[in-house]
Design a binder for this molecule. Structure first.
Ligand SMILES: NC(=O)c1ccc[n+]([C@@H]2O[C@H](COP(=O)([O-])OP(=O)(O)OC[C@H]3O[C@@H](n4cnc5c(N)ncnc54)[C@H](O)[C@@H]3O)[C@@H](O)[C@H]2O)c1
Length: 265
């Protein structure tokens, strides 16, 4: 531990993992705590957040569980109030919650569209609304929105609502950076590449995992820790002049030219 976030308080949404292993929210929460932050681990499944809290407290860090659905205003307001009540302040919000969706244009229903946009985008608006007044009191803060390279590039597979939601997260990041910069609240996004987490593990066979692992310019599998370290940087004062940025963490896959004349990427 180097104390890059010493004295800060972080709220991480979706801080549990949907399965065995380490998801992006869990990794960020653990790394924030290792760097000295007190972390409020929010999840709609309390037992998932409790696993993250157990990891943190076993290492001597400070964290607690808050059960809520961040797709709704009440949940977000209660979350921010709990962070202030337990830890006295809010410096960092990691908007991590996101659900997958594989429906193509012909299949997507109104209900599925609204659910994905509600969880993946509306939650980030509502959580930001809830924490900003507390950050303002401190004279600043850092909001980190988890997008995806799916918000920057088309997946040939069916993912109408997911891709749209992740592009919307980038639009939201710019909109909030524009509105909050003069209050010294920085708003940035991370666009993870094809990392191996419980979210994708449940849908991948060995061949699929291998294909994803070697899809970038660095032929090595990415993990939630790679995304978490990017979050630590954006949360820290080292990034005091970084605002409205989309940080891709993807082994370089989004700078490649598929089907080029010089061989495989
Ligand atoms: N794994 C990848 O390859 C990849 C790539 C790009 C982006 N992402 C993004 O990373 C983020 C998720 O990562 P993860 O690994 O932590 O996922 P995860 O599914 O393992 O964990 C997310 C947690 O969020 C919780 N959650 C879901 N909806 C909620 C709600 N409405 N309110 C409160 N909690 C809720 C779940 O219970 C779960 O514990 C998503 O935004 C996802 O789109 C992942």
């Amino acid at each position: 531990m180097t104390g890059r976030l010493a004295g800060k308080v972080a709220v991480v949404t979706g801080a549990g993992s949907r399965g065995e292993g380490i998801g992006n929210g869990k990794a960020a929460a653990v790394l924030f705590a290792r760097e000295g932050a007190s972390v409020l681990c929010a999840d709609q499944v309390a037992a998932r957040a409790a696993e993250t809290v157990d990891m943190i407290t076993a290492e001597g860090g400070t964290a607690s569980v808050f059960e809520c659905d961040v797709a709704h205003r009440d949940g977000c307001q209660q979350l921010a109030a709990a962070a202030v009540e337990r830890y006295g302040r809010i410096d960092i919000l990691q908007n991590n919650v996101g659900i997958p969706s594989n429906q193509g244009l012909e299949e997507i229903t109104e209900e599925a569209w609204d659910q994905v946009m509600g969880v993946n985008v509306r939650s980030m608006v509502l959580a930001a609304q809830a924490v900003v007044p507390h950050m303002e009191k401190l004279g600043g803060g850092s909001i980190i929105n988890i997008s995806s390279i799916a918000g920057l590039r088309a997946y040939p597979a069916r993912s109408t609502a997911y891709t749209t939601s992740k592009a919307a997260v980038i639009g939201l990041t710019m909109a909030l950076a524009g509105q909050l910069g003069d209050r010294r609240i920085r708003v940035n996004a991370i666009a993870p590449g094809q990392v191996y987490t419980p979210l994708v593990a449940e849908r991948l066979d060995d061949a699929g995992r291998q294909r994803r692992a070697t899809s970038g310019l660095i032929k090595d599998e990415g993990s939630a820790w790679d995304i978490g370290w990017a979050a630590v940087y954006l949360a820290s004062d080292e990034a005091r002049w970084v605002n409205g940025h989309v940080l891709t963490v993807d082994a370089g896959i989004t700078v490649t030219i598929p089907g080029n004349a010089y061989g495989a990427t």
